[in-house]
Ligand binder design. Sequence first.
Ligand code: URA
Length: 434
Amino acid sequence: MRAVDLIARKRDGEEMSTEEIRFLVDGFVRGDVPDYQMSAFLMAVCCRGMTQRETADLTRAMIESGERVTLTRIHRFKADKHSTGGVGDKTTLVLAPLLASFGLAVPKLSGRGLGHTGGTLDKLESIPGFRTDLSIRELEEVADEVGVAVAASSESVDPADHEMYALRDVTATVDSLPLIVASIMSKKLAIENDALVLDVKVGDGAFFCSERDAHEFAKTALAIGSEFGRPTSAVLTAMEQPLGCAVGNALEVREAIAALQGHGPEDLAEVCVALATQLLSARDHRAPDELRDEVRERLASGGAWPCFVRWIERQGGDVRAVEDPSRLPAAGRRIEVRAPRSGVICGVRARAIGHLAQVLGAGRARKEDEIDLGAGVELRAKVGSEVREGDVLAVLHTNLRSDPYDWESAVLGALSWREEPLTPGPTVLGTVTQ
Ligand code: URA
């Protein structure tokens, strides 16, 4: 077989065999298929697509490119969640201890933020002492003991995705349904959990801008989950505006703490409850609707908080900093942006707010950049808020000494206004099951 012939076949819209897909993925990971040939193949897939069978074969070849994490040291029901990425998405910090409070284990390999979205590892590292460099063995031990463990994703798991994603990022080949599905599902299926839920974000700050695209992704991903015998469901959640009010690492940890103590923002609670009920339903074989009230009550009453504290402590985090969040990193400057007029907020563009948080220091422009754990945006108004002229709309947290931006215009440019009252729509848009 020659890579050049396979690229030509995909370019011409032909269906590839299992062996041909395997040849390309294995050859690429070994270094026999160079980056330029893999890039050409990825572009051909972008233009021509893949059948469900080809997507499953690609997923399998990617899983088998590296180590399988069997999680045999965990004796609880093992659950995982994947978010397609959004702004202010601190869901894992709340969902994982919530599930642990029901006796599940959530052993997660997570990534860092890049672009306008944040990463769970960066958020957790704003807790002084918190270690994310756990080995797979430690991940299993911690998850078995306290119900939650989060570690940096290892390059030995799904190396094909690490390398293919890096190429896709710079060759305009991220935007392809089969490539996205294979990338996400191979990472998730390489870790042998008992159930998986996908949090598929939809809207301005998300990967999928329309509900139709998000639904299409969910359906394809769930079919792959079925093919591999992994119970998988998907919850479509709105990402037109940021989730919750905090965007930025330590700010988001504070908000997650508030949610775990029963006084967090409603949209965050809604998403966490929807995701938790899907995973509990997989364990208990009960309909999510039957479980929802109990899960909501557990979160609202602070019932998951002790699990969060045990988890943070077990991974080396300073418990005093979560019990008293004023000890978490904080930026030296706070800039208030006030309303220039009275009215009702009808839009808070998530992508613009995510970008703003990044410029304030909360994100990286390049992988090797240092981030400012205390930096970010605290929104005081969201969709539906009625504000009066002079009210604080947002507080910007930063350590920047000079201002590369007109902060006020950046915040105001992300907002839309109207005169009439507005009831915000639901954050959970729908559920897709196998
Ligand atoms: N997230 C991933 O992990 N992979 C993709 O291809 C797109 C989003």
